[in-house]
Ligand binder design. Structure first.
Ligand code: NAI
Ligand code: MG
Length: 365
């Protein structure tokens, strides 16, 4: 039996609702596929901050490093400045563990109504550069409170950082429809974005089966609304990828659906799996949160840990519950988080026979 140590950080707000829902589903899948998932919980986040003045333990990264993967809900609370919550937990994990790829699938799901008029199915992947770019620590503020007050923040692109994101995205495109779209803004941002364009093009030249299109990010935003089904893989800087992935998930129906993987592709450090959405304080504690983004992130985690069958089984489980119209309110249904999760668990059981390595399948005569 393969054993994996998973560090679980439910975090704030609806993280405490969607993480338990997804862990229930992961436990059921583990049972059916003879996996041993050892979950260790870390109560870090904004409440921890209010007691300790920091978002996670001082040796938090060392504790996390002992795990095979990290499963995060969301962090952020109206009581803590967002810059503290993000830079005190998520960004250090992404950077110190060299999780330089943020992979965000955007896909139409049966049973979920898209706000777009055209109903062509969407199936694209966003590869967001996750370690540098616009989210840099270079900058500062001067003359606070004075009329001369100013703030500066410098975007940092390194050849290594852009190359590795572009190579990862090109390999993905080569395994799919061969179309890679790079988000740029080289007309307005005249130093860093032309550099991004040059380095992306240099990397993609090594993939003869991949066609690279460079699109200005504003036009690409419109493209995502008007004809998203024509997009295959998008490679984007940290900020552009962040924005485009919320837009993409909204185009498929709800931000509550979108999963993400923060990957250290070399496996030198644990990778982190989390939904794209935040802690949603407006609906927290009401049982309204859609756990699909979290469950789907769990499916990506299983695949990353070397269990693609188990991941596909979990994915088929939530897709089936959505197809049956059992979704939460944000996708047009009436289910609570708990009701939807129960529907996913039933679908997982019902589908067990379709997965070769599942215990239920092998038990069949
Ligand atoms: P948000 O994603 O938390 O919420 C945006 C809107 O989408 C809200 O109306 C919310 O109710 C809805 N929504 C989000 N997830 C949902 C789900 N699973 N089911 C149903 N509806 C859902 O973004 P917002 O409001 O900008 O940020 C709230 C807090 O979360 C802030 O403190 C922010 O910094 C933090 N945040 C944290 C992230 C992370 O931990 N990776 C990512 C984004 C925001
Ligand atoms: Mg975001």
């Amino acid at each position: 039996m393969s054993t994996h140590k998973i560090a679980v950080i439910p975090g704030d707000g609806i993280g405490n609702e969607v993480v338990p829902a997804a862990v229930d589903c992961l436990e059921r899948i583990a049972e059916l596929h003879s996996l041993n998932l050892e979950f260790t919980y870390f109560e870090w986040g904004s409440e921890y901050y209010s007691r300790h003045g920091r978002m996670m333990a001082a040796d938090g990264l060392d504790q996390l490093a002992k795990h095979d993967a990290i499963f995060l809900g969301a962090v952020g609370s109206p009581e803590v400045p967002d810059a503290e919550s993000l830079w005190g937990l998520l960004i250090p994990i992404r950077r110190e563990f060299q999780q330089y790829i943020n992979l965000r699938p955007v896909k139409t799901l049966d049973g979920v109504t898209s706000p777009l008029a055209a109903k062509e199915p969407i199936d694209l992947l966003i590869v967001r550069e996750n370690n540098e770019g616009e989210y840099s620590e270079v900058g500062g503020r001067m003359y606070r409170g004075q009329p001369e007050e100013c703030a500066m923040q410098t975007t940092v692109f390194t050849r290594l950082g852009v190359l590795r994101a572009a190579h990862y995205a090109a390999r993905l495109a080569a395994s799919r429809r061969g179309q890679l779209t790079s988000a740029t803004k080289s007309n307005g941002i005249v130093h860093t974005m032309p550099f991004w364009d040059e380095v992306v093009a240099e990397a993609v030249r090594e993939y003869p089966d991949v066609t690279l299109t460079s699109e200005l990010v504003d036009a690409l935003a419109a493209h995502l609304v008007l004809k998203p089904w024509t997009l295959d893989v998008i490679v984007a800087s940290n900020l552009f990828g962040d924005i485009l992935s919320d837009l993409g998930s909204a185009a498929t129906g709800s931000i509550g659906l979108a999963p993400s993987a923060n990957l250290n592709p070399e496996g030198d450090f644990p990778s982190l799996f989390e939904p794209v959405h935040g802690s949603a304080p407006d609906i927290a504690g009401k049982g309204l949160a859609n756990p699909v983004g979290q469950i789907w992130s769990g499916a990506m985690m299983l695949e990353h840990l070397g269990h693609p069958e188990a991941g596909a089984h979990l994915q088929a489980g939530f897709e089936s519950a959505l197809r049956d119209g059992l979704g939460t309110r944000d996708v047009g249904g009436t289910s609570s988080t708990a009701e939807f999760t129960a529907a996913v668990l039933s679908a997982i059981d019902a589908l067990a026979g379709n997965y070769a390595d599942s215990a239920a399948a092998t038990a069949k005569p």
